[in-house]
Design a protein around this ligand. Structure first.
Ligand code: HEC
Ligand code: HEC
Length: 391
């Protein structure tokens, strides 16, 4: 068995009401299901089981329990009923929100961000770790009731960051509790997918997801620089287009914004103290900063990498059209993205069209609008990429 989160990222997200942006499912395989793979939904109309995480099965194989971190529940499944359903119905089931009523026997409310589980040897009790609460919930597996909650010596007071983080992970604010921020920004990072967010028709203005680390000093936000600050990015926009539901109160939004701005860049071996650029990286840095091309011609200021990608984070925080607009985009004017940990965030460009760093220039820079690069040999472009990896 495997728990799955299936994004429907190219369906406009503004259509949350019409069917969901994600399906939360379980895939079964093995002899009990005829040695096929069978994907079954955990969601139910108006009640979702967001981001299924871990699965526990009782020793007699009669019941299964799945933590669903975004919904803050444990989903209980009756295994014989599930197998009967699978054997007597024709799939595919994954998007059928009426299916789970045949085998889900309880949705047990637990604490914030339930993840890991363990069953006692006799299968009578299920222990659930609530990651963002520093508690364990103990569930009686016959009655499907929480019998106790065990505190784990966490901080006594709720901190701003913890509250912001809980808000980021929960799905409770969205329409019918379908999604949370962490559905796309998985474990507070990103999913590498291109999303159709705005209510502007199918396939218009699709946007690659963005890393949400090291955000301080990189505003405005969004590829098009449309959001001046984090409360705007995460508040009204989210409420209108994503959640279509309950609003954050002021304190919750403020704490979420503080959490967003607190996420540091992941450690990277190039940033260790005393790291010196290797020769290829140093040559790449020169290309990044150069003011003369290989033929001795001056590179105009707006064609130098270091002009637009300036400062420690690699952004001048200004918008430019670097010739990357596609027919499906309304505008080619984009905010200069930061370059921190750029090696880790493929695909590239606002629409995720460049699969690798190389393609940004070998495929999408025919006219040198995105820096002067067409005079470079393959080795020199490689040097530039080697340097970018150190950012
Ligand atoms: C459906 C997937 C999805 C969900 C849910 C989601 N995001 Fe995003 N997020 C994206 C995408 C895609 C972008 C890039 C959008 C753009 O630039 O137009 C983005 C951009 C951002 C940015 C801007 C980063 C930058 O450098 O410009 C922030 C901050 C952010 N998201 C925070 C959040 C928060 C907070 C939540 C929950 C309230 C959230 N996101 C929910 C997909 C998602
Ligand atoms: C005129 C300003 C400008 C210049 C010059 C420029 N860039 Fe960019 N850069 C941008 C903008 C704007 C984008 C966003 C384009 C898009 O997403 O379609 C971008 C995107 C990128 C990206 C992809 C970021 C991501 O997260 O997908 C990288 C990497 C990059 N530039 C590096 C460079 C290098 C290296 C050079 C020099 C060869 C360079 N840029 C020259 C403005 C500039």
């Amino acid at each position: 068995m495997a728990a799955e989160l299936n994004p429907k990222n190219l369906v406009p997200l503004a259509h949350l009401e019409h069917g969901g942006a994600f399906a939360d499912t379980l895939t079964l395989f093995g002899a009990d299901v005829g040695n096929k793979t069978v994907e079954i939904p955990l969601d139910e109309l108006e009640r979702y089981a967001v981001r299924p995480f871990s699965i526990a099965i009782t020793p007699d194989k009669s019941r299964m329990f799945i933590t669903c971190e975004g919904s803050e529940i444990v989903t209980a499944i009756d295994v014989p009923r599930l197998l009967t359903f699978v054997r007597t119905h024709h799939g595919p089931f994954a998007s059928d929100l009426s299916a789970s009523g045949n085998y889900v026997t309880a949705r047990i409310a637990v604490g914030h961000d339930p993840r890991g589980t363990a069953l006692t040897n006799d299968g009578r009790r299920l222990i659930v770790a609530n990651r963002l609460e520093d508690t364990l919930s103990v569930i009686d597996t016959h009655s499907n009731q929480v019998t106790s909650s065990v505190p784990l010596e966490g901080p006594k007071q709720m901190s701003v960051l913890r509250h912001g983080e809980q808000t980021f992970y929960t799905a409770k604010y969205s329409f019918q509790g379908q999604i949370g921020c962490a559905n796309c920004h998985i474990d507070s990072t990103f999913d590498g997918l291109t999303w159709d967010l705005e209510p502007d028709g199918m396939g218009r203005n699709v946007v690659d997801n963005r890393l949400i680390e090291s955000l301080k000093g990189t505003e405005p936000f969004k590829w098009n620089g449309g959001n001046p600050d984090i409360p705007t990015e995460c508040g009204p926009r989210t409420e209108k287009y994503f959640w279509r539901s309950e609003n954050y109160d002021d304190l919750t939004l403020a704490d979420l914004a503080t959490y967003m701005l607190s996420l540091p860049a992941k450690p990277n071996r190039y940033k260790l103290p005393g790291y010196e650029l290797r020769p290829a990286e140093a040559r790449g840095k020169q290309i990044f900063e150069r003011d003369t091309d290989k033929f001795g011609n001056p590179v105009p200021l707006v064609n130098r990498c270091s002009y637009c990608h300036s400062g420690p984070k690699g952004t001048s925080q200004k918008s430019f059209d670097v010739g990357t607009k596609k027919d499906t985009d309304d505008s080619g004017l984009l905010d200069t993205p930061q370059l921190i940990n750029i090696a880790l965030t493929a695909p590239y460009l606002h629409d995720g069209s460049a699969r690798t760093l190389e393609e940004i220039w070998t495929v999408y820079n025919p006219n040198d609008k995105h820096g002067r690069t067409n005079d470079l040999s393959k080795d020199e472009l490689n040097d530039l990429i080697e340097y970018l990896r150190t950012r």
